[in-house]
Design a binder for this molecule. Sequence first.
Ligand code: 3H9
Length: 698
Amino acid sequence: MTDNDAAAVQLSIEDGVAVITVNNPPVNAISQAVRQGLVDAMKIVTTDAAIKAAVIRGAGKVFIAGADVREFGKPPMEPFLPEVVTTIEATDKPVAAAIHGVALGGGFEIALGCHCRVMSPNARVGFPEVNLGIIPGAGGTQRLPRLCGVEKAADLVTSGRQVGAKEAMEAGLIDVIAESEDDLLSAAKRLALSKVKSPLRRISEMSVPAPAAADFFTTEKAKITRAARGQHSPVRALEAVEAAATLPFAEGMKRERAIFQELRASDQAKALRHVFFGERAVSKVPGLENARPRKLDKLAVIGGGTMGAGIAVACLRAGFPVVMIEADAAALDRGKGNVDKNLEGFVSRGRLTADAKDEHLGRLALSLDYGALKDADLVIEAVFEDMEVKKTVFGKLDAAMKPGAVLATNTSYLDINAIAAATTRPGDVIGLHFFSPAFVMRLLEIVRPARTSDDVVATGFELAKKLGKVGVLSGVCDGFIGNRILAKTRKQADYMIEDGALPWDVDKAMEAFGMPMGPFRVMDLAGLDIAWAQRKRTVATRDPKERYVEIADRICEQGWFGQKTGRGWYVYEAGKPVPNPEVEKIILAESARKGIARRTIPAQEIQDRILYAMINEGARIVDEGIAARPLDVDMVKVFGYGFPRWRGGPLCTVDIIGLPKVLDGIRAFARDDPLFWKPSALLERLVAEGKTFADLNT
Ligand code: 3H9
């Protein structure tokens, strides 16, 4: 440890206080150098008579963001974090943590090793480890219940939720909220010095208050297991908190460490790390390193239907002024009503005040005149999904928008090259494919037609960032990345119900796989009529060799379009979906009409067919260059389609279960249906070369 500017931990002495600064940009992750630096600093604090107390703080924008996640796959290096925290706690001079930005995971554990804590008013603390498939591994689960009780501790470590200064203060996690970030260091020094003459408060020496309810851990375990849908870390985090409540501190620490190490090496942790880094890697597109986004101050939306209004709300929530254009006064009125209703939803859930809602609406301008777009920097068209309608709108946008503005379409499957060709500036045209509800769903597919310029693509990513979304680049093809894969999995689901499964069997199997909803429940939610209209439109171009399942058509013919009509695959009477008995009759009749001898399809086969269909199509999408890397496919499925995060996405899953096994499975399915199950050439190549999809991510 030195006091030079480049050192990971620096120490200076100010007014008898050792100010220990962790300096490991960008987020002060706890690398080996940081751990060693802290141990060395504590030695100085103990031995230097001029030092009366110490403060630990972080350089840059945060206190400490936690253990260095990049070290997780590698052999651990001493000193280990639990020992570092113990060393801090054992120091015989008061040590205060000065928390700004965030203290997360191991960063919060270091703060809990200190004898007192000061937070700046806008800082956050928490244990997000469960989101990485692990639990706190340096005493977090043992010290936290001693400070705030087992109920609060269980809530924080099992959810990964971060709390602000006010809640942290109320829960007893910190001692003082500084007046401002500027005042933080002096507040921490004052606090540390105030403790010089009093006995030091070491959390490990405190006792754990018993939970209010005797059966707390049993009921909590059942609740968390249900909510985790197959993910292990939340339940294991609870187990560690229970150890704190039932074992002496040293024993509890051993239990925590054992669970931490077991989980760190698990497939779920690998997959969740893939999602953590994938979410950040998607915006770093190879070849676009030097592209700069264009100005983005004012936005516009064409169309005030479900999608248009949802996009407008997402933009208003991010602080943008938004112009909404509609074709006539009644439609414009409906558009405004949709925006109002969506914002009201935030108010009723306590996520927006009534005043803030008014302020949001104050930034929305409504117009029938494309002239109102003249100073908008980016427009998103969200009108009816029809090529001719879109071309007409883009012709008008071309005439109305200022030079350099970005012209985006929210189409889900139309050819954006053709839309771009309806303008005199195809270089400015891009696809921005939002997912409904646009103010909730994190995915934004950024679809790049052939002639779009790099800075327009960079502007798409900048918009995603400003809206708090995960932008993923896709090339132009039918359905882009997400809906193209969805089309394949829906087909498999259709085939299976004609061959012997029932929709609720398929849903149950996929929900057991970890999806929040099975494919048939999703269809009911989205509405069966849209896909039906699309099937009718494309009837002439359908490949006659391809198997076509008519069951969904039969259901739509009854006027059953899912939740919105109270009936679809399921019946929605008392709020809860129950299998629609008429659907079963239709399915049996259709199988009989085609002479299909129905068979029982086991849950494992249902999962394999849907997963392998995703993998095979995902691999094709990478091979064709529609997705730049396998991780882009994974992030689309995780952030837009509810693929379980803890499985990392379909191409991460295939790496974990083994490419040869999946290829063999696809070849076995191909014996019955060679047209559908033609293996992707990329998958075959990777198997032949003994490689994985992860090899293509780097
Ligand atoms: C842990 O602590 C376990 C312990 O209990 C047990 C130990 C024994 N490690 O997100 P950003 C990188 S587990 C390595 O874009 P922001 C990130 O990849 C850890 N790298 O910035 C990115 O790199 P790049 C528990 C990390 O301002 C850059 O920093 N802690 C880590 O939007 C900027 O990140 C967590 O789970 C890390 N821990 O958000 C906290 N964190 O530029 C995870 C970040 O190359 N981190 N990086 O793409 C966060 O939540 C956010 O990064 C944070 C900043 C809020 C800090």
